[in-house]
Ligand binder design. Structure first.
Ligand SMILES: Cc1cc2nc3c(=O)[nH]c(=O)nc-3n(C[C@H](O)[C@H](O)[C@H](O)COP(=O)(O)O)c2cc1C
Ligand code: SF4
Ligand code: SF4
Length: 309
């Protein structure tokens, strides 16, 4: 019994060194699979309360003050532990808020490439994102030049052109009783014009899909992935890019279109996309060619306090 992912279907192994254990119980407190107990001042593995078997989250290893507990499996080992950066290096609220407030979706880029070291820095930061139960089942496709982005977008338009029947009047009329009024409105007023503008503009030589950005990262899952995971990782990557002086923009209009059917499978295979998945998101990056002078206040659709009265 272990949680299946595309990378591992086994539980991890727990090893304890009783010589090093001081019985502090910190690992017991953080293990939410309930694999551990302090008995006679030493930690021991207890299997009767375990929910899934050790999930390999590594929290016990990371909190242990003496290095007495080691986890191996589900892609994790002791070599994955690293020394924490000092607390005073963490961004404070003002710094973080400034980063958030200065961000705009950028679709105009200079010709400067995004350097391989910068791409690695973005990925290093994005890998820290909370991505469901380990090991993360998020995959990343790296499209690392303006030219590759244009070729990818052109291929995508060729693919869309073949699928235009999906936004035809007869197909939408056929589907309306099945998928309802809201979907019908969404297709007529958003998806159809988007389809048309993407394909028609590309035919005129304008890439309105990935905007010829020098870098695009596509975060997607597997049949096992929690749909939120790729989105959480994409958001972390976006802010990492911002912190490195890049302009960024999330692109939602590719992923949903390349999930279903034979043509979608062919498109994914051609571009090295390993799985179809429920959620996924593209983020483009590049040095901005525009400079905004003001921020724009945004709001949530609602913020409601729960009320038990
Ligand atoms: C999930 C998601 C998908 C998006 N998809 C696209 C897209 O396909 N093309 C695009 O130009 N912008 C896209 N955007 C950017 C939004 O249009 C943008 O966030 C919005 O206009 C607000 O502007 P701001 O990000 O500067 O606040 C997307 C944003 C999100 C969060
Ligand atoms: S790795 Fe996570 S699940 Fe496994 S024993 Fe440690 S804290 Fe518990
Ligand atoms: S955190 Fe380390 S020292 Fe403390 S009980 Fe667990 S294994 Fe022992």
């Amino acid at each position: 019994m272990a949680i299946p992912t595309s990378r591992s279907k086994e539980k991890a192994e727990i090893t304890i060194d009783p010589q090093k254990c001081i019985g502090c119980g910190d690992c017991v407190a953080v293990c939410k699979d309930f694999n551990l107990a302090v008995i006679n001042n030493k930690v021991q593995i207890v299997t009767q309360n375990s929910v899934f078997g050790c999930v390999g989250c590594g929290h016990c290893m990371a909190i242990c003050p003496t290095g007495a507990i080691e986890i191996n499996g589900r892609t994790l080992s002791k070599t994955d532990l690293f020394n924490l950066p000092p607390k005073n290096l963490s961004a404070n609220y003002e710094q973080l808020l400034a980063l958030y407030q200065r961000r705009r979706s950028i679709r105009e880029f200079t010709d400067k490439i995004v350097e391989p070291e910068t791409i690695e820095k973005i990925l290093l930061a994005a890998r820290t994102a909370p991505m469901g139960l380990p090991p993360s089942d998020v995959n990343v496709l790296v499209i690392d030049s303006k030219e590759k982005n244009r070729m990818f977008a052109a291929d995508y338009c060729g693919y869309l052109a073949k699928m235009r029947w999906m936004v035809s009047t007869w197909f939408l009329a056929l589907m309306r009783p099945f998928w309802g009024k809201n979907n019908d409105e969404m297709f007529k007023n958003f998806v159809r014009p988007l389809f048309n503008v993407y394909v028609d503009e590309m035919a005129r030589g304008n890439n309105w899909i990935t905007y010829d950005a020098p870098l695009a990262l596509y975060f997607y899952g597997s049949p096992f992935t929690d749909p939120a995971d790729p989105i959480v990782a994409a958001t972390a990557a976006m802010y990492a890019g911002e912190s490195l002086g890049l302009g960024t923009c999330m692109l939602g209009a590719i992923h949903p279109m390349i999930q279903n059917g034979k043509n979608a499978k062919k498109f994914r295979e051609k571009h090295g996309i390993k799985f179809a998945s429920r959620e996924g998101l593209f983020v483009i990056f590049g040095y901005p060619a525009v400079d905004y002078k003001k921020g724009i206040l945004r709001s949530f659709a609602s913020e409601t306090k729960i009320n038990f009265n």
